[in-house]
Design a binder for this molecule. Structure first.
Ligand SMILES: NC(=O)c1ccc[n+]([C@@H]2O[C@H](COP(=O)([O-])OP(=O)(O)OC[C@H]3O[C@@H](n4cnc5c(N)ncnc54)[C@H](OP(=O)(O)O)[C@@H]3O)[C@@H](O)[C@H]2O)c1
Length: 291
């Protein structure tokens, strides 16, 4: 049985491919250069040649701020691409595992968002991701949409690696404290995605993050504490919490985007790992790969 992975060079794509290979699955993995999901012709050729039975769509336009000025490209990748994939999955009777984001919500809630909460994205990235979800939902494909949040992996650009670098360069960091969410490790996300894809899962949306909540400030402090404990020689002496207003960005972010994990945890029969434990595991793996 062939497993197709799009966006295979992204943070999540690499984790999914590594997991599938580790389990001895037959993997067809395509990076953006090899397969553009906004191009129906390219997708149709790949489906015809490889006849995949499970498809992990890890491709996405993820530049949250740049999307504000590149809405056409963001729409092409985040909305049009999933629509094409859902059409082809229907045609080939393949299961589509698609990924979406906490940024489909406006962050005005104060309790974790359930899957049926009404989306109301604040920016272009969230809007186009919601359009992609909708295209999958109205298709005839068998699918699971995994909404996740604050993703970091061993490879690629992410908050953990940025903070690690800055903490080695600077004595002071200023980090936003009034945005609350849940950091999520690609290793854990990939495992849940595979379990759902192989588990005769009912069509629908699943919220999948590590457990617990944090602000970006909490997350940065934890990264520095765990890294110091593992042996990194950090220069940072002070981490100052600031407000979103003090760090303006082109795209507005939700101030609270915690996702309820109740549905997925019931489905899996176990709790998700706490974000701090997952962070420790990721940093340990990073340390070992670098030393
Ligand atoms: N990162 C987060 O914090 C976060 C949070 C919530 C949800 N998510 C969702 O989680 C999923 C995985 O995100 P990630 O963090 O792994 O993102 P990522 O590291 O940016 O990976 C996305 C990959 O998709 C590729 N790509 C872009 N346009 C493409 C196209 N037209 N055709 C094929 N591939 C294309 C990118 O290639 P280039 O690098 O060459 O552009 C990149 O390799 C996405 O659905 C994202 O929306 C992410």
């Amino acid at each position: 049985m062939v497993y197709l992975v799009t966006g295979a060079k992204g943070q999540l794509g690499q984790a999914v491919v590594a997991l599938l290979k580790q389990q001895g699955k037959q993997v067809c993995a395509f990076s953006r250069d090899q397969l553009d999901i906004g191009d129906y012709g390219q997708l149709a050729e790949v489906f015809a040649e490889h006849q995949p039975k499970i498809v992990f769509n890890c491709a996405a336009y993820t530049q949250v701020d740049r999307a504000e000025s590149e809405s056409e490209i963001a729409h092409r990748v985040n909305a049009q691409g999933p629509k094409y994939l859902a059409q082809l999955c229907t045609q080939y009777d393949a299961f589509l595992c698609h990924f979406s984001t906490d940024y489909v919500f406006n962050g005005k809630a104060f309790l974790p968002y359930e899957e049926n909460a009404v989306p109301s994205p604040l920016g272009v990235y969230g809007q186009t991701k919601r359009q992609g979800e909708a295209a999958v939902e109205i298709s005839q494909a068998r699918y699971a949409i995994l909404r996740t949040a604050w993703v970091y992996g061993l490879v690629g650009k992410n908050f953990v690696k940025t903070i690690l670098r800055l903490a080695q360069e600077r004595e002071t960091l200023r980090i936003v404290e009034d945005q609350i969410g849940t950091p999520t490790w690609t290793g854990d996300l990939a495992e849940v995605a595979l379990a759902l894809a192989e588990g005769q899962t009912e069509n629908g949306i699943y919220h999948v993050t590590n457990s617990g909540v944090a602000s970006w400030y909490d997350f940065a402090v934890a990264i520095c504490e765990e890294a110091t404990h593992l042996g990194w020689d950090l220069r940072v002496k002070e981490i100052i919490s600031i407000s979103t207003a003090e760090y303006p960005t082109p795209a507005e972010r939700p101030s609270y985007s915690v996702l309820s994990r109740r549905k997925v945890e019931e489905k899996l029969g176990h709790k998700m790992t706490h974000w701090r434990v997952a962070l420790r595991q990721m940093l340990k793996a990073l340390w070992e790969s670098e030393h």
